[in-house]
Design a protein. Structure first.
Length: 504
């Protein structure tokens, strides 16, 4: 008998470890353990989601004829770690070894590799590009760019292809996808499902002190529910997904977003199948090409690309700090009061939902951390903890690379920074803010305005030669010197108030 490990983000019947073993002889091991529940202070909703989905998946496997040894968090014999549980189960049943699918994090890959058990690690085949595919694509290229990788994935999957040409004649319709916030959103947002109250009680007792509201809990926790959410969104949200992908609103947290990353990353939905369903909606005339292409690009482009970079760059990727940023993560990320309405709204929504959409993560909390020069390792730990879809293989490239430029430009060709103007254009946040977005200096000046120039000025040596940033430096250099000095002095004074714990 062999043990077959199924981790909390490997809840797919087609998992390689399950398809390469035998339900008649082998034993599935699943375990709720403190080691996984505490490597960062996860949002309670994320822990509850993981445990609920794991318990349901174990039952599904049993119904399918598997024997499953399932450890609950409060089982008295629980050793507290994945490797501890495997060693314990192996000795209980005198197992010949362990078969597992590669985890999505170097930490766990190393721990499993060091186990004193005979073990066999299989590739995770739930992705469109294998490590070898990604490396073959990347090999010999001077610079890696997602767009070219994405085109390969389009060709490989046949999604939105018209023979060997892209559907509609263009690969990318992003230019049509930057509309400002709509006055009204005619989509009700995600479906809400009833939770397992016993899991909620367990999580409340053990992790109630973590940042994040456990209740109301509304996530889907099995594949059928996740599919219901996908169908609901394809019918109601997809048609306008492209147009308003980058918009943000005070009174609408979800706009036209799909809210499926939790389910995809845990294995409850299959990425290729999701994209095929979305393409079918386009072919049936139910959604426009800009929406459908934009969505498919996020999944077969960005999602796969991020994973490729994470595994190609290796375990030290999360420690990179190309810009030498050292400021501690301010308390406002954990909910302390702030006068910046965009930050307050994004953090409050994160606390309540364990979710924020891409532009909130990139251009509000991420942009602020980058402009303020916050230590990227602390930023990374925060994102890994607070979002229910956060696993290191996808979170780290988004944070260390795309958002914080800490990898020195492997993911992004220039830093994603903006003054308050971008947030003002894409949201209604500024209208109800204590700061004034139109003020570049002065007591009420939007901090993003001050910090934007401070960032460019302090990193001039690194970025002055970047052709995509020439304009920014030209504008800065055209300001008269007194004004530049005022901006820098006021930015410094503002950062000092931030560092000394004042409400900013
Ligand atoms: P939609 O907006 O509806 O997009 C559809 C799907 O596309 C998502 O479900 C997701 O699977 C995929 N996708 C979109 N953008 C990306 C991207 N940049 N990288 C990978 N997949 C993408 N996504 C995660 O899944 N886990 C994370 O931990 C995570 N951390 C992020 C941190 C930062 C700083 C940034 C800027 C982005 C991060 N993302 C992460 C990407 C993106 O924000 C989320 O995938 C998205 O917000 C999930 O919501 P949704 O399902 O409603 O997505
Ligand atoms: C996120 C998470 C949590 C909170 N708890 C568990 C757990 O108790 N048992 C488990 O098998 N997996 C859990 N996970 C998911 C893992 O942390 C995830 O598999 C790794 O980070 C690799 O991506
Ligand atoms: Fe954010 Fe500045 Fe707008 Fe306030 S004024 S919401 S701080 S961008």
């Amino acid at each position: 008998m062999r043990l077959v490990l199924v981790l909390g983000d490997q809840l797919s019947p087609a998992l390689s470890a399950l398809s390469k073993t035998d339900k008649a002889h082998d034993l599935v091991v699943m375990a709720e353990v403190m080691g996984e529940a505490t490597y960062v202070p996860h949002h309670p909703k994320k822990i509850a989601f993981t445990f609920m989905a794991m318990r349901k998946f174990a039952n599904q496997l049993r119904a399918d004829g598997w024997q499953v040894a399932y450890t609950r968090l409060d089982d008295p014999d629980n050793t507290g770690s994945i490797t501890g549980e495997l060693i314990r189960r192996a000795s209980e049943v005198a197992a010949a070894g362990v078969v597992y699918t590669e985890p999505g994090e170097w930490r766990l890959i190393a721990a499993l590799g060091d186990m004193p058990l005979k073990s066999h690690c299989l590739p995770d085949s739930r992705f469109i590009a294998s490590h070898a595919d990604f490396d073959a694509w990347a090999e010999g290229r001077k610079q890696l760019r997602m767009e070219y990788f994405y085109r390969e994935m389009r060709r490989k999957t046949g999604l939105l292809m018209d023979g060997d040409q892209p559907e509609g004649g263009k690969w990318n319709y992003d230019h049509d996808n930057r509309k400002a916030a709509p006055d009204q959103v005619d989509f009700a947002g995600p479906l809400r499902f009833a939770p397992d109250e016993a899991v909620l009680d367990l999580v409340e007792a053990r992790f109630g002190g973590n940042f994040g509201a456990l209740r109301p809990f509304w996530f889907a926790t099995d594949a059928a529910q996740a599919q219901q959410q996908l169908t609901h969104w394809i019918e109601g949200g997809l048609p306008k997904f492209g147009d308003f992908q980058d918009a943000m609103l005070n009174d609408n947290r979800f706009l036209y977003h799909s809210l499926i990353s939790f389910y995809l990353n845990a294995g409850l939905l299959d990425p290729l199948d999701v994209c095929q369903q979305v393409e079918a909606a386009y072919r049936a005339g139910l959604a426009p090409l800009n929406a459908v292409e934009g969505f498919i690009r996020q999944i077969i482009g960005w999602r796969e690309y991020m994973r490729g970079i994470y595994f190609r760059e290796g375990p030290d990727y999360v420690t990179r700090n190309a810009l030498g940023h050292t400021r501690n993560l301010p308390a406002l990320y954990w909910g302390s009061e702030t006068k910046m309405n965009c930050m307050a709204k994004t953090v409050a929504q994160t606390r309540e939902e364990a979710y924020a959409h891409h532009i909130q993560r990139l251009m509000v909390t991420g942009n602020f951390a980058l402009l303020a020069g916050i230590d990227p390792a602390q930023v990374h730990q925060w994102y890994l903890a607070v979002y229910a879809d956060a696993y290191e293989w996808v979170e780290a490239p988004n944070v260390i690379g795309m958002s914080q430029f800490a990898d020195d430009g492997i993911i992004a060709s220039k830093p994603y920074i903006s003054s308050g103007n971008y947030i003002h254009k894409m949201s209604d946040y500024c209208g109800s803010c204590a700061y004034r977005v139109q003020d570049k200096t002065g007591p009420e000046a939007c901090p993003f305005n001050l910090l934007y120039w401070h960032f460019l000025d302090r990193h001039r040596e690194r970025f002055k030669g970047n052709p995509r940033m020439g304009n920014m430096y030209r504008v800065w250099d055209r300001m008269d010197e007194d004004r530049r000095q005022t901006v820098l002095d006021q930015a410094e004074a503002w950062l000092l108030r931030l560092d000394t714990g004042h409400e900013v």
